[in-house]
Design a binder for this molecule. Structure first.
Ligand SMILES: *[C@@H]1O[C@H](CO)[C@@H](O)[C@H](O)[C@H]1NC(C)=O
Length: 160
């Protein structure tokens, strides 16, 4: 378990803020299930953001909390997990390719098993696939089991 938490912390560091710079948001707690993943698109961030926001508003388990040109916050709840999960998307343009890089995160609120059966991964994946962004030009996902616990076990069932 120690090794798992350490590896998870090290890996989160790859995506996270540089040491010494105050973090813009709290890092995911190692005691709560989370998924952190990086998406690359060939389309501009404004298009990616429009699609994500439209899907958050279209799918009932999701609620939009706030949106601005570089950041989207939402949540996801279900009858089984009324506390739900927080979702955030940080968007930044990729200068050379005029594309968009998105750091997407889903964090369980409240204490859960670290292994969430892919729940947090599926929260993100569902928006990605329902919006069609997973087949958008240049789409690429970078994550792994340490940044996105349960990804390998996830079987995301389409609920919509
Ligand atoms: C989800 O976000 C909406 C909109 O901000 C808010 O009203 C609701 O209380 C949030 N739900 C949870 C469980 O945090």
């Amino acid at each position: 378990m120690r090794t798992l938490l350490l590896a998870s912390a090290l890996c989160a560091g790859l995506f996270g803020p540089v040491a010494g710079v105050p973090p813009p948001e709290p890092a995911p707690s190692p005691y709560r299930a989370f998924c952190r993943t990086l998406w690359l698109f060939a389309s501009p961030c404004v298009d990616v953001s429009t699609e994500l926001v439209a899907q958050i508003q279209a799918l009932s388990p999701y609620q939009l909390v706030s949106v601005n040109p570089v950041y989207i916050a939402a949540n996801h709840t279900s009858a089984l997990r009324p506390l739900g999960e927080d979702l955030t998307f940080s968007l930044s343009p990729t200068v050379l390719t005029a594309g968009c890089r998105v750091t997407a995160m889903s964090n369980s609120i409240g204490f859960t098993s670290l292994l969430d059966g892919g729940l947090n991964y599926c929260n993100l994946y569902e928006l990605l696939s329902a919006s069609g962004l997973s087949s958008a030009p240049g789409f690429m996902e970078m994550t792994n089991e340490w940044a996105c616990l349960g990804k390998g076990l996830a079987t995301c069932v389409k609920k919509h």
